[in-house]
Design a protein around this ligand. Sequence first.
Ligand SMILES: [Fe+2]
Length: 240
Amino acid sequence: MKVAIISDIHANTLALEATLNQIETFNADKIFCLGDILMAGYDPNGTAKIITELKNLEIIQGNTDKMVACFSQDLLEKAKNKFPCMGYALEDDLKIIDEKYKNFVRNLPENKYIEINGLKIQLVHGSPRQQDENIYPNMPISEVEKMVENSNADLILCGHTHLPCGYSLNSGKTVVNVGSIGRSMTEDKMPYWAMLEIADDGTFQIEHKSVKYDNKKVSELIKNRNFKHSNDLAKMYIKE
Ligand SMILES: [Fe+2]
């Protein structure tokens, strides 16, 4: 069984299409999506259309999907103060995102357990204990152990930080942050995802993959959205 795992698409249709084209060459049986599909990109409705039409998809809600779905004026003001380009992007997103896609992300679960060939897998956005908790590269193993201690999965799949990484824990659990498709924080700014292969006896291999796409074009498209601070958001798509 082959599973492609994607996360944090952030309304970047070009990056999603490039990734799905690459995934097709691996003949994946399923796709898992770990959330953050809509907010702060250039094309939320286009991205949502592709995601909702995918076959053999398991998907959970990300913290920014929740912000779009459960919007309040208070939340918006806090977002604008804390991270201005994100707050103003959200304000503009709320005007253009189709109600059916807001409803779609509103109704997604925060996490999911899936068992394949005896392998217990948990899908989370941040960590098993919190939707917006960061599992970063190079963290002390003991810290990661604590973050996943309430999970009884063998393999925990997460995103949220936009930085791919992985941990084999002393408890026997494996934790893999697959990275981000739509706004990668890696040096190359390219989409990262993970390919999981599970044998009939439940043993598995998981590997990060990346793909090239036209990030400069997306940076321009973001800038052209013209909400306040869209320039700052646009800079996040290109190498400094
Ligand atoms: Fe994200």
